[in-house]
Write a protein that binds this ligand. Structure first.
Ligand code: SF4
Length: 372
């Protein structure tokens, strides 16, 4: 536990903490400057529940049908100690998988406590690296330092040991048709797998081994040609790993964010919830709509304040230092006098306004002469 833990527990209130998963970490690193998301995730706050309580339910989520289908496919691949998975790895990928042992790390002697599950994961993976014992480790509970604080990571994957190296096996329910899958879905799976590879590498390093013993090659298992027949594809996640490590290093430290917040702040449901959420600075951009449960609330807030970020991250970056659309318009038409640090931006805005006016008047006179 760290010193910030009591503050984070208070923020969450009576609700139990939610574990991170690869999707939440991939989304967190896609907006590293957002203190609101950083602190809510660090505290294990159920953002989906908070967004619903605020009247802005998350704009995405899998349908019940897709969830049921995905669960059924995963159960099929893992049935009988992962019999289908082993057939795939041996016959389709030609891997020389010797005698197999399967360990499910989801529950330890009826206990689902995170500490216990994590220490069992460490013990079994440590033994596998030392002695080569064990082949398939299902639901390992990993830990990864996020913004200066360790976060539990609940991977829905299997760690597969082959010839002294660990590979991540990720089971997804999207179809591979004629050897091709939706590029966006494959890219998302690669980003998520990279999170697991990184967390496994950190664990392997803590255990005193070479992190290179966790392979950058993961195995993606998907249904083939709209059937339930699984197919396996090796995926190199080195590019995603490089991006992930860079973005994790850019996250603002949670203790620095907490130091700026009111001492009694909490995200407990109730009348003060919206005010509490607004007390933590956000950095909304339209990209949030695809990855953060709070997106509709933050978009509403950003629009109400006229934030430049509501128009897109590139607009905010281009207007560096100009926080609102009103200020940008005022600088462009000269009704606002810029401070010294905004003089150059103001000059560019005035030039853009001039060009726009010239283009519009040119188009108008062209239309009038054409009509005459
Ligand atoms: S939706 Fe809001 S909380 Fe989530 S990342 Fe975007 S700005 Fe941050």
């Amino acid at each position: 536990m760290t010193d910030t833990a009591p503050d984070l527990d208070r923020l969450r209130g009576a609700a139990p903490p939610r574990n991170h998963d690869a999707r939440t970490i991939a989304a967190l690193t896609s907006n590293p400057g957002c203190a609101r998301r950083g602190v809510m995730d660090a505290a294990g706050v159920d953002k989906d529940a908070v967004a619903r309580e605020l009247g802005f339910p998350a704009p995405f989520g899998q349908s019940q049908f897709a969830i049921t289908r995905g669960n059924a496919f995963e159960a099929q691949v893992k049935a009988d100690g992962c019999a289908e998975l082993l057939t795939l790895l041996r016959d389709r990928l030609g891997l020389d998988v010797p005698e197999v042992a399967y360990d499910d790390l989801e529950v330890v002697a009826g206990n689902e406590g995170r500490e216990l599950r994590h220490s069992r994961t460490r013990r079994l993976l440590g033994r596998a690296l030392e002695t080569g014992e064990g082949t398939l480790f299902d639901h390992p509970l990993l830990r990864l330092e996020i913004a200066g604080r360790p976060a539990y990571l609940e991977p829905d994957v299997i760690a597969f040991q082959l010839a002294g190296r660990l590979h991540v096996v990720e089971i997804k329910s999207f179809a591979v048709v004629d050897g091709q899958a939706e590029p966006e879905q494959v890219a998302a799976a690669a980003r998520q797998s990279a999170v697991y590879v990184l967390a496994l590498r950190r664990l392997v390093t803590e255990l005193g081994h070479d992190p290179g013993r966790v392979s950058h090659e993961v195995f993606l298992v998907c249904p083939e040609n709209f059937s339930n027949r699984p197919s396996a594809t090796p995926l190199d996640v080195r590019p995603q790993l490089a991006v992930l490590e860079r973005q994790l290093a850019r996250l603002t430290r949670v203790d620095a964010i907490l130091a700026e917040l009111p001492a009694d702040l909490t995200f407990e449901p109730g009348e003060a919830l919206a005010e509490s959420v607004r007390a933590v600075e956000a950095r909304y951009a339209p990209e949030c709509m695809a990855g953060c449960e709070m997106a509709l609330f933050c978009r509403d807030e950003a629009r109400a304040c006229g934030e430049t970020g509501a128009l897109g991250r590139s607009v905010r970056d281009d207007l560096g230092g100009v926080d609102t659309i009103g200020t940008a318009l005022g600088l462009a038409d000269g009704s606002l006098t810029p401070s010294d640090d905004l003089a150059e931006t103001a000059e560019q805005l005035r030039a853009a306004a001039r060009l726009r006016a010239e283009a519009l008047s040119g188009a108008l006179s062209g239309a009038l002469s054409g009509a005459a």
